[in-house]
Design a protein around this ligand. Structure first.
Ligand SMILES: Cc1cc2nc3c(=O)[nH]c(=O)nc-3n(C[C@H](O)[C@H](O)[C@H](O)COP(=O)(O)OP(=O)(O)OC[C@H]3O[C@@H](n4cnc5c(N)ncnc54)[C@H](O)[C@@H]3O)c2cc1C
Length: 486
């Protein structure tokens, strides 16, 4: 009964399908939403007791679902509402901050930090640990082309935070509103039943949820935050454009050869995929290396010394350079220097890596996904349930946090005005807001992934000149930074 649209076509066909899909959802969202109704099974449901009826149920307590429940719980207009967070896994408790850093970290944008601050979670993160970065250097392994993002006023560009630390902060803030937000851990939702679109004497107007242990609940609004294989999305019959990339990401915690200021996020595009080094402390950085599945498996199983050599060589080696591209690149660079003699960022070398934390190497297969609709009556999708993106832009969880800000804004206004939370009138506004932002990011990230996966000379030349030109035009760079920091 659960079906996603899986594309197993060539790359070109995938790009066209994605572009067609993105264009359709962007312009069609408003019209489609106006005609929406549940296209799935509806069931009569007698004997509902008020005890098990919630105003909002969030299904999925990952980073995004937990933050959504927190944001609702701390919103003044929700003070008289009953909210439930369902999480299939156990509660993750971080009694004491471990000395060893976790290998799962996220680059958190200033916009996401503002959201986390709005309900007090950022304070917990600051009291535990995070690393701010002030610059980001992105460069091509096939040429000298690079782009350097930095802030003149020394503002932070973003923060590298362990996922466990974010989750701990969210759990603390959920505990602070336990009078209005109930959290059920080890509670998997196994089925969802949608109300009839018209009212009937013996039918319930709410969404019904059955848990794995047989318990049933009802909600006026169901928020699906259950990840990229979302059961909520599938049960609602919402189409999902998705494909698997030919890459997996290897993550690890790395020790640098010497202590540095370590406030730069580095990313180099190799023909096999991007490799990123994200600062954790003066002497530690986190690795996210996207590469072919076979190479990723090799990287995870090779000897530590060999792994460290492979990382240093991936960042430092010029083996993919060609004289032709280097000369064409220097020509444009000279022209830029002539026209704009000030402030041309020179390529800097990232710190060298000395060793890797034992057992910190893990791989994750990568893919793209986008739900054709984010909302239905009494239903909204957020986070990876609505969109899954390649980690090269470090935007997955930030997009999810952006969904929360937007949905919270629309729901809070609805609650203030005494409106039905599950009504399409405000859910559609959320969908329109977020699809506009998310489709642009998904398309840009997918395009970058494909553009940098080739050694074909015309494309290498195109991206070399494109990157050099973008690096020289400050207003364009500022626009990119503003978009990514939301
Ligand atoms: C290698 C890598 C690096 C990344 N780096 C970054 C980065 O730097 N910055 C960034 O912004 N993003 C990054 N991302 C993306 C980011 O990790 C994800 O976008 C984010 O974790 C998605 O969170 P989520 O809560 O939407 O989904 P998930 O993390 O998948 O959480 C879903 C939750 O729902 C629960 N669940 C599922 N089904 C049910 C059910 N039926 N009932 C109850 N509960 C259920 C699951 O147990 C899970 O806890 C990265 C991803 C990868 C793979």
């Amino acid at each position: 009964m659960f079906r996603s649209v899986q594309f197993s076509r060539s790359d070109t066909a995938q790009v066209s399908a994605m572009v067609a899909h993105l264009a359709r959802v962007q312009w069609g969202a408003v019209f489609a939403a106006a005609q929406k109704g549940p296209r799935v099974s509806c069931r009569r449901w007698a004997g509902a007791s008020a005890d098990n009826v919630y105003d909002v149920v969030v299904s999925g307590g990952g980073l995004v679902g937990s933050a959504m429940a927190c944001a609702l719980g701390h919103d003044i207009h929700f003070c008289d509402k009953k909210i439930l967070l369902l999480e299939a896994g156990p509660k993750k408790v971080l009694e004491k901050l471990p000395e060893t850093y976790s290998n799962r970290v996220s680059s958190i944008s200033p916009g996401s930090a503002t959201l986390l601050s709005s309900f007090g979670a950022w304070d917990h993160i600051c009291n535990m640990r995070y690393r701010a970065f002030r610059r980001m250097q992105v460069w091509d392994a096939c040429s000298e082309a690079l782009i350097m993002f930095d802030k003149d006023n020394l503002d932070d560009m973003g923060y590298i935070v362990e996922n466990d630390v974010i989750m701990h902060a969210l759990s603390k803030q959920l505990e602070a509103v336990s009078d209005r937000v109930t959290v059920l851990y080890k509670s998997r939702a196994v089925s969802y039943t949608w109300p009839y679109p018209f009212s009937m004497a013996d039918s319930s107007p709410w969404v019904h949820i059955t848990l794995g242990d047989g318990r049933t609940l009802q909600t006026k609004l169901l928020i699906g935050a259950d990840g990229h294989n979302s059961g909520v999305r599938q049960a609602a019959g919402i189409q999902n454009v998705s494909w698997n990339y030919d890459q997996s990401a290897v993550v690890a915690t790395l020790h640098l050869s010497e202590a540095t200021e370590n406030n730069v996020a580095w990313q180099r595009f190799l023909p096999s995929g991007p490799i990123a080094l994200l600062p954790l402390s003066d002497t530690l950085s986190s690795l996210v290396w996207s590469t072919s599945h076979e190479h990723a498996a090799e990287l995870v199983s090779m000897e530590e010394e060999e792994f460290v050599d492979a990382i240093n060589s991936a960042f430092w080696s010029d083996v993919n350079h060609t004289d032709f591209i280097d000369s064409a690149g220097s020509m444009l660079q000279s022209a830029v220097a002539f026209l704009k003699p000030t402030r041309v960022s020179a390529r800097q070398l990232p710190p060298s890596v000395a060793r890797v934390d034992a057992r910190s190497r893990v791989l994750f297969p990568l893919g793209l996904g986008h739900a054709a609709e984010y909302v239905r009556p009494r239903l909204a999708l957020i986070g990876d349930a609505a969109h899954r993106v390649h980690p090269l832009a470090g935007q997955g969880v930030n997009m999810g946090f952006g969904d929360i800000s937007s949905l919270l804004h629309h729901l809070s206004t609805a609650a203030f005005n005494g409106r039905d939370l599950g009504s399409m009138s405000h859910l559609t506004s959320y969908e329109t807001d977020r699809q506009r932002h998310n489709t642009a990011l998904l398309a840009a990230t997918d395009l970058l992934k494909r553009l940098y996966s080739t050694r074909a000379t015309p494309l290498v030349l195109l991206r070399t000149w494109g990157l050099q030109a973008t690096n020289a035009v400050s207003p364009l760079k500022e626009q990119i930074m503003a978009f990514a920091s939301k």
